[in-house]
Design a protein around this ligand. Structure first.
Ligand code: IPM
Ligand code: MN
Length: 354
């Protein structure tokens, strides 16, 4: 098969972790006889520095004509500490999601046996936790009208959802539940928010279409609590944009490391595969960042964008093997730790040897 990939490394540790994912992707392609071609494009703070905008048209055009996008991370502290900045790196990521119509962000949360002791939770609570969080990605408060009063002392952000937006994401939630353990948790704040009441209304209307799925509705504050009390009770969780952002960061630490969780954003145009962690600027250029979330995002790319299941499985096998061998970066190591690039080389070697 021919694989045409757009590579958006972004800022901070982005380029380093993307390099490892590319090495692994290339190795898998060699092994299975696929022809890989990829092109890099800029986004985030580095794109602002270079051309004044975080998601330039040229980058969007490349994404549009590619079969998949492999994305690193964006963000730079110089913007985080400047609330008055006119353009921000994050606008690049949000612009890309919107323009590509990526309304669903799939974030599988799984635990790795060798990392369980790193979890802040008791082993018996997390061991075996495995659920899929589906986050709505192109609506809600992230994209609603926002602004300031004339004297700039009052600010507002609005949260809007249409029935269509809710239906298409809930449909995905129900379908995933059918493919998994048939349990769906719809997270909202229907006791306070009108948008959430519409979510709940639409959800209730859809329940009879999926009689095999055990559906529950849960307030987001309760979900935040249940997630650390009984993470194993979840199978598929579906929620709106901002709740999903917050809950998946919470979920990621439960597994023992933020550096392990991949994601797939899917929708109308080209799908994007990216780690859920950020650009970790303190580590940039040091060759110490954990590349596994990005490598696992590449596995999701094979599976979701190309329907190449065996290829994805081989990447997962290599990652599991590196964890067992304790050939890992310092964030998850005990004793000896290895560089980002060394982990990438190890994984590549493993795949070549297979
Ligand atoms: C994420 C990130 C982004 C988000 C930021 C960088 C805009 O936190 O992908 O979870 O909030 O969606
Ligand atoms: Mn986030």
């Amino acid at each position: 098969m021919k694989l045409n990939i757009a590579v958006l490394a972004g800022d901070g540790i982005g380029p380093e972790i993307i390099d490892q994912a590319l090495k692994v992707t290339q190795a898998v392609c060699n092994k299975f006889g696929h022809e890989l071609s990829y092109e890099h494009a800029i986004t985030g703070a580095c794109a602002i520095d270079e051309v004044g905008e975080p998601y330039p048209d040229a980058t969007h055009e490349l994404c549009m004509k590619s079969d998949a996008v492999l994305f690193g991370a964006i963000g730079d502290p110089k913007y985080d500490n400047d609330p008055k900045a006119k353009v921000r790196p994050e606008q690049g990521l949000l612009g890309m999601r919107k323009k590509l119509g990526l309304y669903a962000n799939l974030r599988p949360v799984v635990t790795f046996p060798s990392l369980i002791h790193k979890s802040p939770l008791r082993t018996d609570l997390v061991d075996g936790a495995d659920f899929m969080c589906i986050r709505e990605l192109t609506g809600g408060i992230y994209f609603g009208e926002k602004g300031r009063s004339e004297d700039r002392n009052t600010a507002f952000d609005t949260c809007t959802y249409t029935r269509e937006e809710i239906e298409r994401i809930l449909k995905l939630g129900f379908e995933y539940a059918m493919k998994r353990n048939k349990k769906l948790t719809i997270v909202d704040k229907a006791n306070v928010l009108e948008t959430s009441r519409l979510w709940r209304e639409v959800g209730q209307e859809m329940v009879p279409d999926y009689p095999e799925v055990e559906t529950e509705f849960m307030f987001v504050d309760n979900a935040a609590m249940q997630l650390i009390q009984w993470p194993k009770n979840f199978d598929v969780m579906v929620t709106e944009n901002m709740f999903g952002d917050i809950l998946t960061d919470e979920a990621s630490v439960i597994t023992g490391s933020l550096g392990m969780l991949p994601s797939a954003s899917i929708g109308v145009h080209t799908s994007v595969f990216e780690p859920i962690h950020g650009s970790y600027p303190q580590a940039a250029g040091k060759d110490i960042a954990n590349p596994l979330a990005t490598v696992l995002s590449a596995a999701m790319m094979f599976e979701y964008a190309f329907d190449l299941k065996e290829e994805g499985a081989l990447i997962r096998e290599a990652v599991d093997a590196s964890l067992e061998e304790k050939y890992v970066t310092e964030d998850i190591s005990e004793g000896t730790s290895y560089k980002t690039s060394e982990v990438g080389d190890w994984l590549t070697h493993y795949i070549n040897q297979k």
